[in-house]
Design a protein around this ligand. Structure first.
Ligand code: G3P
Ligand code: CA
Length: 245
């Protein structure tokens, strides 16, 4: 059955990449949560989409230039949904993995190491996943495909997926298989039955992003993708119930 991953948590109704958005995704019955990881100046893994806090908060600056003490005081809920959820901080990866461990939900963690190269980001994340003992419930994705090739060498037990924008990669199944990763994560707009067939031929799973409207969710689910990554896990659950009938 197609799995539903809440993109940055339940972003359709809650501030992105916050503990409330993650917990609400669990509550609504999503199968997994997608999130984005960066690293502070003093080496703490934390979850935010952008390299800076400028878009999502009233503060300014790069995560890599701040300490965790500074980062954790920043409110990333004031600019969205009329600030109705009050203060919501930037979560640490540790808080997030604790939720994954205790709730039983799955995770798709995107290494945000495309624009900034963070030495040790992947290594620290792998150590943390192993310390929680949840290697079987966490996958790692990245647009920095080379970093995942390296990650598979240090942590072959953790599933990894190559992220691609538009256009997608030709012969995606062959490409992912030759590079030793488990999944292909394309923009859903680039996905055709041929892409699905090609991935199947090489045993590569297909996880598509970011599928937010019902017709597109229906289309991707009917095609038989492994998972959809969506801001609206509520709509996705409704569509899956229709498609399964
Ligand atoms: O994992 C898919 C999706 O999250 C990639 O795009 O920009 O939302 O991180 P972005
Ligand atoms: Ca992401």
């Amino acid at each position: 059955m197609v799995e539903i991953y809440a993109h940055r948590g339940f972003t359709g109704s809650f501030p992105e990449n916050t503990m409330i958005a993650f917990k609400e995704a669990v509550k609504i019955g999503a199968d997994g949560i997608e999130t984005d990881v960066h690293i502070t100046k003093d080496g703490v893994l934390c979850l935010i989409h952008d390299e800076t806090v400028n878009r999502t908060s009233n503060s300014k600056g790069y995560i890599r230039d701040m300490t965790w003490e500074e980062v954790k005081k920043i409110d990333v809920s004031c600019k969205v949904l009329d600030g109705r959820y009050g203060f919501c901080g930037i979560p640490s990866a540790e808080e997030f993995l604790d939720l994954i461990k205790t709730s039983g939900i799955k995770a798709n963690i995107e290494l945000k190491n495309g624009k900034i190269y963070y030495p040790k980001l992947a290594d620290k994340l792998v150590d943390m996943i192993r310390s929680f003992g949840i290697e079987d419930r966490v996958m790692i994705s990245s647009f920095n495909n080379a970093s995942l090739v390296r990650l598979k060498k240090i942590a072959p037990e953790i599933k990894c997926g190559f992220l691609k924008g538009s256009p997608g990669v030709e012969n995606a199944g062959l490409y992912c298989s030759e590079m030793g990763v488990d999944y292909y994560h394309p923009d859903f707009k680039t996905v055709t039955p041929e892409v699905k067939r090609e991935c199947d031929d090489y045993g590569i799973g297909l996880n598509v992003w970011t599928v937010n409207d019902k017709p597109a969710l229906r289309n991707m689910m009917t095609l038989g993708v492994n998972s959809v990554i969506t801001n609206y896990p509520d709509y996705a659950i409704e569509v899956r119930n229709e498609v399964i009938k």
